[in-house]
Write a protein that binds this ligand. Structure first.
Ligand code: NAD
Length: 350
């Protein structure tokens, strides 16, 4: 299966390209980036494919069956829709898009084309996450009535003044960049419950005065002090669903010198703390005693699993849990948090 990788930056090189290289069914025919050196570097590094700067060239090639969209968020919708209209199957990085409206346009194009549109909600291919989902499905936790998601870093605003902190490019900050994964894990593990109400506040505080922002580490840096900073560096929200109530606290930056990256699933019989990207501990009681255990198992590479499943589903027609139809709710929830924050009131979803 001939594929094109569109956007040859961090996530393409860290995950998509190596995973396609490891997949016996896939062959990368094009590396596309608007920065020609990045596409050229990929051809050189991986020893295959052709470097291009305009993704339409790949879309016009009838041999191409699938594309990975690994660009910044502002062009996810346009490139994915163009690709679907050209009859290509698409794996688009998370978040699906900057806004819920854009995500709906993408879903519409998927429905009209009948081609695959999966979103890079890669935790749906993570072994810890799948194990927790099975525990919940099997009733091991009893009724899961609340889920608490925390993704808080001390001072980790990425690329201050760049694409990540410019709303017109990214669509938002800590919530849309990190929170998307946490909300998606919660929804997946809890069986994608219907969302009823959303109330939230998103704060643009610590990065606002860019020159004054102090940090020890900046991924996606260095800072561009003549750039834009108009996104949330922290967020809090309460979401009522037909299943658990979800509470969310996230921060790229906060004045607490500790990091928290976990999700607590609180059930009537047992609770689970998932340490994001790692293992989990289950706490329960047994014959009047308090019991806690941390299962040990092999955690396979979730990005490899994601790409393998994408390639496979194009052949089999299987609908993956990362299909736009399933994950679009996360876009709607994030939009509702931003809308609630702007209006300072609760939003009711249908
Ligand atoms: N799944 C994950 O855990 C994960 C992790 C990191 C990033 N991401 C997502 O991946 C996407 C890219 O992030 P990144 O960190 O790799 O960014 P990046 O800036 O390192 O790479 C993006 C690349 O896209 C190129 N590009 C921009 N517009 C283009 C266009 N029209 N055509 C072709 N190339 C274009 C840029 O030149 C750049 O090289 C973002 O949406 C981000 O949210 C996901």
């Amino acid at each position: 299966m001939k594929v094109a990788v569109i956007g040859c930056g961090t996530i393409a090189n860290a995950a998509h390209i190596p995973s396609y290289m490891n997949n016996e069914e896939a062959e990368i025919k094009y590396f596309c980036d608007i920065i020609p050196e990045r596409a050229d570097a990929a051809v050189e590094k991986y020893g295959c494919g052709t470097a291009i700067t305009d993704y339409h060239e790949a879309l016009n090639d009838p041999e191409i069956e699938a594309v990975s969209v690994c660009t910044p968020n502002n062009v996810h919708a346009q490139i994915s829709i163009d690709a679907l209209k050209a009859g290509k199957n698409v794996l688009c990085e998370k978040p699906a898009a900057r806004t819920y409206a854009e995500a709906l346009e993408m879903q519409k194009a998927q429905h009209e084309s009948g081609k695959v549109l999966n979103i890079g909600v890669v935790n749906r291919f993570n072994d810890s996450v799948n194990r927790i989902k099975k525990y919940i499905d099997d009733g091991k936790l009893g009724e899961v009535y609340q889920v608490y998601a925390s993704f808080r870093a001390h001072r980790q605003i990425p690329g201050l003044g760049g694409a990540f902190t410019t709303k017109a490019i990214a669509g938002g900050g800590a919530l849309i960049d990190w929170g998307v994964h946490y909300l998606d894990i919660v929804m997946y593990c809890c069986g994608d419950p219907a969302v009823k109400t959303v109330t939230g506040e998103a704060f643009c505080k610590l990065g606002k005065d860019m020159e004054d922002y102090t940090y020890s580490f900046m991924w996606a840096g260095p800072p561009k002090y003549d750039g834009v900073y108009d996104v949330d560096d922290s967020v809090t929200a309460v979401i009522r669903t037909s299943g658990p109530v979800i509470t969310v606290n996230g921060a790229w930056a906060q004045n607490i010198n500790e990091e928290d990256r976990y999700i607590d699933f609180l059930g009537t019989k047992a609770g689970i703390r998932l340490r994001y990207g790692k293992d989990f501990t289950l706490s329960t009681t047994e014959d009047g005693a308090l019991v806690a255990y941390t299962p040990e198992f092999e955690n396979t590479d979730m990005f490899q699993n994601e790409i393998d499943a994408f390639v496979r589903c194009i052949k089999t027609g299987e609908k993956l849990p990362s299909h736009i139809d399933t994950v679009i709710i996360t876009s709607q929830m994030m939009q509702a948090i931003y809308d609630s924050s702007e209006a300072h009131k609760e939003i009711t979803l249908n």
